[in-house]
Design a protein around this ligand. Structure first.
Ligand code: ADP
Ligand code: ZN
Length: 816
């Protein structure tokens, strides 16, 4: 008796055991995929987790249906990491599996039913329900289980199908197919028969009566002599000018042989690589210090001001690791993964750089996956966003987490709710590799860890080439309003600086923290503003489409002419977004080119790239944008950065609002003046004496850190305390309220005052589900593992209460 334990991509806590034959046991290895039956009629792709001889005691093991791989697609490191993620982030292995594997690896199973055409059917033997299915198959070539369900209007149709099979009316085929089809390129070569000189001469003689065919053969020779590589059919047709029918006739004659080679989609087409740059003394010192720090620490934080040349330091570290024959993972926030950086690295490392990106197709991801799995020369350096920590590395030497402070490293939905930076450190450790975190504005937790000596710490305080840090000026818009020195959202100071910058031929970036024209439409007569029907938020006005949209669920409707509540026509656009700023700039500077960068203008694979390129090529004078602008971009000619309104960031209801505002403003400021000329930054605010603004304007990270840490101590927030957020969701408000009170009460019995809530979040209803949040704060000395155990226990008793079973519970560890 042989068995395997299998991970199935569904959110159930345990592994499932299936029985296999001795031959299968011999063949199977941990990490291979198998198709397994599950429940009544479902088939899933599972990953083999263990092979053993112990029959399960609680149920009878079913047989597997099929083995899907010849060798493992998932390696032991990954399974170890999946385990860690599922334990640390309190989710199932199935959740992690679903997040890890390219979608194409998770097979789809659909039962397809067709009419049995071999036999003539005596309709009189069919019962009513059987006849209905038979009739349907006379009109449609195939049906799926759910089609039959709806034809018969009942759920359980397997018995009908079974009877129809027995009467040989239908046939059933289980169609398990893979979505991934590698892109194949067609090649031709001369049949080996003609490689002998004698045969070749004979062939060319024979072909003298078919000059076009002879031409094709001659062209084939010249191409392969020139390139010394396999010859693509497309190259052959273009070079010889022959039609595809001529080539086909040569193939039919047996002169040419066609064959296919799988082509990798993510291709590097560059020429030679260039040598990496010589580091300046600050970079050199940093490099030496990082190497020394790696001797003592698994993780090291590099705090280097914007434009200090961190990337060039990474490059040197990468060179070292490649030399040792190891792999490098270079993690970046999705949005910072620009062609600018990819090109820069490809210039140094050529085709060894692979990119893993959410905008890539599933085909492209499978190719990167396989290249990493086989430790191919094409994927020695993987440049990727959050999810690239799931790739099948087998020989990692270094992980770089650039812009480590970025929130987008954390996945909020769905599970696994992991933080890629923290998971990366664990992954690196498993490979006995090192992790380097880099940022100009480190997260409080990383800086804290460095101060506690948990992480190593290295600094670069000078910009490369001694470019000065930008000159930051705070503009008091309350005062400007009083003195009537505002035009729309622009102070006279900002307009002055813009005029000067433009007259010198430099470019400008304007940062506005919101997309859309203006977040809220409000009736000036009755104060009503249009609400999303599914969520408890006001709709946002988008001028570009003249639409009202919900940023939570995507609901949209045409902009209203009249107030829905009172019918009044005086509708006001409160607040302001990127679209409105863009409009105002166009009016202020009609002779200049203005563009906007936000979620709406950057959809599509190259949307973002196009705008960046236009800015680089100086086709844009003034760029208005959101957060997207902050990410590690390097523009030579941008001299002025304007932050339209600092207050809406600072007032955001979140314990990290101040830290984030500091990071955001420093990062945006870092876009100004990256060459010899000193950049200028203007920050408009109602509150110029706010400590964070003072710290931003003096570039004082340490003061910011100390002051924020003080708050974190006082209010028991991370990184001083750990925290787990528990969210309950239900469409019925009363039910979620009762449930959350029950849950919080049970938690309080264990964790006393360290439980906050339940509370309704600022947006209490999303997609028609009411939300309640409970926060568990965990002091440093309290065991995290025990805390989780207690929460799981409470959750299990919660689930056993009949009324609560339909309430969704979401556990989010390190939810910030
Ligand atoms: P950071 O990542 O710290 O913001 P970058 O690595 O992007 O900084 O460097 C800023 C600019 O300085 C880039 O244009 C880069 O090419 C240039 N640079 C940095 N280091 C060197 C060097 N050692 N030699 C030449 N140019 C450099
Ligand atoms: Zn909505």
């Amino acid at each position: 008796m042989h068995f395997i334990d299998v991970i199935i991509p569904i959110p159930l806590q345990k592994l499932f055991t299936y029985s296999i034959t001795a031959a299968e046991a011999d063949f199977l290895k941990v990490g291979m995929r198998v198709a397994v039956p599950f429940g009544k009629s479902k088939i899933y792709t599972g990953i083999v987790y263990g092979i053993h001889e112990n029959a399960p005691s609680a149920y009878e093991a079913k047989d597997i249906q099929q083995i899907l791989d010849e060798s493992p697609v998932v390696n032991e490191y990954q399974l170890k990491l999946w385990n860690w993620i599922s334990e640390y982030y309190m989710c199932t292995l199935g959740d992690v599996m679903r997040a890890s594997l390219p979608r194409a690896f998770i097979l789809e199973s659909e039962t397809v039913i067709t009419k049995n055409n071999v036999k003539t059917i005596d309709e009189s033997i069919l019962k009513d329900d059987e006849f209905l299915v038979y009739e349907a198959l006379n009109h449609q070539s195939s049906l799926k289980i759910h089609d039959i369900s709806s034809i018969l209007d009942k759920k359980n149709v397997l018995s009908v199908i079974k009877r129809l099979i027995e009467k040989e009316v239908i046939t059933v085929e289980e169609e398990v197919y893979e979505k991934y089809k590698p892109k194949l390129v067609r090649y031709v070569k001369l049949d080996t028969h003609f490689t002998a000189e004698v045969e070749l001469h004979k062939l060319l003689d024979d072909l003298s009566r078919a000059p076009k065919q002879r031409d094709v053969v001659m062209t084939l020779f010249s191409i392969s002599a020139k390139t010394k590589k396999p010859v693509k059919v497309t190259d052959l047709t273009t070079e010889s000018g022959a039609s595809s029918s001529i080539i086909k006739s040569l193939i039919d004659k047996g002169v040419l042989k066609e064959y296919y080679i799988q082509r990798d989609r993510v291709e590097y087409s560059g020429e030679e690589t260039e040598a990496s740059k010589r580091l300046n003394e600050y970079q050199k010192t940093a490099l030496t210090e990082i190497k020394a720090s790696f001797e003592k620490h698994h993780v090291t934080l590099l705090h280097g001001v914007t434009s200090s040349g961190k990337t060039e330091v990474y490059v040197k570290l990468i060179e070292d690791v490649l030399q040792q024959g190891k792999q490098v993972l270079y993690l970046l926030p999705e949005i910072a993964l620009t062609t600018q950086l990819v090109t820069r690295l490809q210039n140094y490392f050529g085709e060894q750089v692979a990119v893993f990106h959410s905008k890539y197709s599933t085909h492209e991801r499978v190719e990167v996956w396989n290249n990493v799995l086989h430790n191919s020369a094409k994927a020695r350096i993987v440049l990727g966003a959050r999810s690239s920590i799931f790739l099948p590395f087998n020989n990692l030497g270094l992980i770089i987490v650039d812009e480590e402070h970025e929130q987008s490293f954390k996945q909020f939905d769905p599970a696994p709710r992991y933080h890629a930076r923290d998971t990366a450190a664990v992954l690196a450790h498993m490979h006995k590799a090192k992790t380097l975190l880099g940022s100009a504005t480190p997260s409080l937790e990383s800086y804290f860890n460095a101060r506690q000596n948990k992480y190593g710490f290295v600094e670069i305080t000078k910009r490369y080439n001694d470019v000065l840090m930008p000159d930051i000026e705070l503009v008091d818009i309350k005062d400007k309003l009083k003195k009537k020195r505002m035009k729309g959202h622009f102070s006279d100071r900002l307009i002055e600086e813009m005029q000067e910058t433009l007259s010198e031929g430099h470019q400008i970036i304007l940062f506005q923290n919101r997309r859309g024209f203006s977040p809220i439409v409000e009736c000036n007569t009755c104060g009503h503003s249009p609400q999303c029907p599914n969520c408890d938020v006001s709709l946002t006005y988008h001028q570009y489409r003249n639409q009202l949209r919900c940023h939570y669920c995507g609901y949209n409707s045409a902009m209203k002419q009249n107030c829905e509540a009172c019918g009044g026509q005086d509708l006001d656009n409160k607040g302001f977004g990127t679209e409105q700023i863009e409009e105002e700039v166009k009016l202020l500077f009609p002779e200049h080119k203005v563009a906007r960068m936000d979620l709406d203008t950057t959809r599509g694979k190259y949307g973002y790239e196009k705008i960046i390129t236009a800015l680089e090529q100086q086709e844009i004078d003034i760029l208005v944008g959101t957060q997207m602008l902050t990410k590690g971009l390097d523009f030579r000619n941008v001299k002025l950065v304007g932050i339209m309104n600092a207050d809406n960031m600072l007032n955001f209801p979140d314990f990290r609002a101040h830290e984030r505002s500091f990071q955001l403003m420093q990062q945006v400021s870092g876009r100004a003046g990256r060459t010899e000329e000193r950049g200028k930054v203007l920050i408009q605010t109602y509150n110029p004496y706010h400590n964070i603004l003072q710290q931003v304007s003096t570039n004082n990270y340490i003061d910011m850190f100390k002051e924020q840490m003080n708050d974190r101590y006082n209010f028991k927030y991370p990184p001083v305390y750990k925290q787990i957020k528990i969210t309950l969701k239900h469409k019925d408000y009363n039910r979620v309220e009762t449930a959350s009170i029950w849950f919080a009460k049970s938690l309080r019995q264990v964790f006393k005052d360290n439980v906050l809530g339940p509370e309704s979040p600022p947006v209490a209803r999303i997609r028609n589900q009411f939300h309640k949040n409970i926060l568990v704060k965990i002091p440093k000395q309290q065991s995290l593992a025990k805390t989780k155990e207690a929460i799981i226990k409470i959750n299990n008793s919660f689930m056993s209460v009949k009324d609560f079973r339909s309430v969704r519970v979401i556990l989010n560890v390190d939810n910030f």
